[in-house]
Design a protein around this ligand. Structure first.
Ligand code: NAD
Ligand code: UD1
Length: 350
């Protein structure tokens, strides 16, 4: 059992990972400022895990040193043990909308880079040197070859991707300092789906940017139709191909990564977390229709700026290095995503 600080634990990936970590017996402090989430997610996580006494919520901002400090010290108070402290941090908190990062780069550098810097500074002050960082396949920009291995060129094409690359570099510098850091940089491909209970899931603020939440909201009657961004891509059906990964497979990847970091010598792991399976937009639409039993109306529009034709992970390193691979297929991603959206058409605001 480890004592873990989860930043951004109320968000989409964070909430599912909190659940998996609670089920594995760990004790959690979550820090979140709810800029893109709701405290209701945390309520439901502890309910699902039946673990009210093993999760403490601190409402705070990772950019504010005093807030991060509060998260570290509230853990100590809670356990009445002055020597007890946080063993590792799982760092999800950040901003993730690519389009918004272009119009507001200051926020993206501020939260993603400065927030990570502040967190790392407080960790170092407390002697906590183990961190799992949410990186992204967005680092690879327009990939030169697919499937994409971890040693592919880092060539982000937007401020969001630049901010992730900057934090990856900071973490590499810490690892190279040989001061005992244990670091994982996990490059997620396209996380989708939800917990099969339908109690937690993805609840984006405003109009969704990403395919899965958009399709789900069309199916739930919140949006009229899906705009498919281009059917003139060099793919088998003309629509772009992505590597979708069930959020619970991703959460399991964090658990195995953490166990590896804590049981081995200080090091830095850099891993792609994807399924290795490429699916087109129209394949996803067809499967979602089959699962929800209704048509998903769509229209073809022009390509979205910054999209690539095909991004698929080479995740063989994660399999050989930490023994992780995905276990859930597209049907399960659609089924679980629909269980969440149909039970909560307006997300946590229901
Ligand atoms: P999310 O927006 O659902 O979760 C992020 C959480 O961080 C939210 O709860 C938000 O309120 C919180 N947060 C944001 N700024 C904060 C701050 N300054 N202080 C404290 N809390 C703050 O996003 P997600 O999809 O769960 O993504 C989690 C992480 O994974 C992010 O770092 C994201 O960049 C990365 N990632 C996501 C995807 C994806 O497709 N969802 C893909 C690759 C990488
Ligand atoms: C996008 C971001 C990526 C980020 C990821 C997670 C861009 C260019 N890429 O990835 O940097 O890491 O989200 O936040 O923004 N699609 C439609 N209609 C829609 C939405 C999407 O056709 O309404 C298509 C897209 O063109 C793409 C596929 O569906 O081919 C998946 O899109 P999306 O879910 O946004 O993920 P990515 O573009 O892979």
């Amino acid at each position: 059992m480890a004592n873990l600080l989860i930043t951004g634990g109320a968000g989409f990936i964070g909430s599912h990972t909190c659940l998996v970590f609670l089920e594995a017996g760990h004790e959690l402090i979550v820090i979140d400022n709810f800029i893109n989430s709701s405290p209701e997610a945390i309520k439901r996580v502890v309910q699902l895990a039946d673990a009210h006494h093993r999760l403490t919520l601190v409402e705070g901002d990772i950019c504010v040193e005093a807030d991060v400090e509060k998260a570290f010290t509230s853990f100590r108070r809670k356990n009445f043990l002055f020597h007890s402290s946080i063993d590792a941090v799982i760092h999800f908190a950040g901003l993730k909308a690519v389009g918004e990062s272009r119009t507001n780069p200051l926020d993206y550098w501020g939260v993603n880079v400065n927030g990570s810097y502040t967190l790392l500074k407080v960790m170092a002050a407390h002697g906590c040197r183990t961190i799992v960082f949410s990186s992204s396949a967005t680092l690879y920009g327009y990939p030169q070859r697919v499937p994409i291995p971890e040693d592919a060129p880092i060539a982000p094409i937007n401020p969001y991707g630049q901010s992730k690359a900057a934090v990856e570099q900071l973490l590499a510098d810490l690892a190279a300092s040989e001061t005992g850091w244990r670091i994982a940089r996990l490059r997620y491909f396209n996380p989708v789906g939800a917990h099969p209970s339908g109690m937690i899931g993805e609840d984006p603020c405003g109009i969704p940017n990403n395919l899965f939440p958009f399709i789900s909201q069309v199916a739930a009657g919140r949006r009229i139709n899906l705009k498919v961004f281009g059917n003139d891509w060099p793919t088998f059906d003309g629509t772009a191909i992505r590597d979708y990964i069930h959020v619970l497979d991703l959460a399991a990847g964090h658990l195995i990564t953490l166990e590896t970091l804590l049981s081995e010598k200080p090091q830095m792991l850099t891993l792609n977390l994807g399924s290795g399976v490429g699916l087109s937009v129209l394949e996803v639409v067809a499967e979602f229709e089959a699962v929800c039993g209704q048509p998903i109306p769509y229209e073809i529009v022009t390509r979205r700026f910054g999209d690539a034709a095909k991004t698929v992970a080479d995740s063989s390193l994660a399999e050989t290095r930490i023994g992780w691979r995905t276990t859930r297929n597209l049907t399960e991603m659609c089924r679980d995503g629909w269980a969440w959206q149909s039970a909560n058409p307006y997300g946590y605001a229901n």
